[in-house]
Design a binder for this molecule. Sequence first.
Ligand code: ADP
Ligand code: MG
Length: 480
Amino acid sequence: MKSVLEENIQAAIELTDMLASSLGPKGMDKMLVDNIGDVHVTNDGFTIIDKMEIKHPIAKIVAETAKTQDKEAGDGTTTVIVLTGELLKQALQLIKAGIHPTIITQAYAKALKDAIRILRSKAVKTVTEADLENMISTALTGKPTSTKHLTQVVLDAVKNTETDDILIVKKAGNSVEESRTIKGVLIDKEPVHPRMSTEAMNAKVLITRTPLEIEKTEVSTEIMIQDPAQLSTFLTQENNAIKKKTDSIINSGAKIAVFQKGISEKAQESLARAGIIALRRVREKDIDMLLKATKSRLAEDLESIKPEDLGTAELLKVEKIGDEKLTLIQGAGNVSTILIRGGTKQVIEEAERTINDALGVVRIIRKEQAYLPGAGLTELIISKELMNNTLKGKERLAYEGFSNALKKVTETLVRNTGAKPLDLMPELTSQNKGVSIEGTPINPISEGVIEPLKVKEQAITSATETAIMILRIDEILKGK
Ligand code: ADP
Ligand code: MG
């Protein structure tokens, strides 16, 4: 009979094996169909895990690892899953050979420490513009979109701009090749009134979260409990208050007014008559970006707007994209929008995930300038160096299990290119090479297949910690 531990490992491996074919530039996509029939097509490890129904509690632990990787490094989510699976497979063999799980977890912890030390010592610590471009391109390779074009789109977006100050707007239609970066904030709204202008330059901007209408919830809670006769008095008061706020906006000198909430019809009329361009129901995220782009401050009290609340839009322009009208606002603040186009919702969403991986790469490289070879070479190098150890007996076997697991990641990449691991692995190992998309040996550094140190470091750390956690569980109990 199998032990609980062996069953747990089996459950984890079922999930990780499923993801193995999605690793690398020739990775296959998964199609996920949810309860309501929505379809997602992706080869992003995190997304597959995130959208998949996972029942087994151990598989859920593995899924968490992909989430951590996504949060901490942005890229490398498939790698972390594959490595977790390989570490567990090695452990299973060792357990079957009579080695106690405690010895394995201790050896894995030790090997992790050594692996990180080797990893850090191998990293290249200066990052040029060309290196950054290569890292973006490596993160984008193998997705069903043009790597070259999207690399340029991402480069344009991050130029002079923090990765947190980049907005993504998705519009179906055209092809991914039509995706582009635009300076400023592209808002998926058009001016609320047909008589409002569709273009402005050097205009003062007012941005607020305060509504310029009677909010429905307010009416119902305030009025329901009161005498119906008071309703009209209440409404008049409210309407007067809105009028006051509207006048105050008109007098503030603002030529553009952006609302997170609604604007009453009357107020829309008044604003249009006063020559103000107003947008309503703008997403919170867009509001935040607009504040930065136009260097504005939120104007919360519309009856006393201070001149320093107002920012400046160098340009406002209503743009037609497909059949829809969107409003572009540019200011002196460094904010950019990546507009993603694509034939179907699935294509657009996969492009968005890929772009987010690339933005994650830029974010972490700006935090720590260090990179490593990709294409499976880093895993191979660490695996090789770990074999030079002075350990003995069972501990040595377990430690080498860790080394084997790393090599299996490279082997998975090789297999996914269509090449035969049995032929190619010895060649890569002896020549210190990685594997190209075509399944031939390459020097990843000179070919520009490079990845941030942090992506690899996080992946190896999380995978090992997860494997150790699973190896320590000898019982699953039902909690109350
Ligand atoms: P992850 O979700 O782990 O990032 P990917 O499917 O993006 O998984 O694959 C990442 C792996 O593919 C890395 O090992 C990376 O070095 C490798 N890779 C990316 N581009 C290339 C390339 N052009 N040639 C060879 N390997 C590549
Ligand atoms: Mg990737």
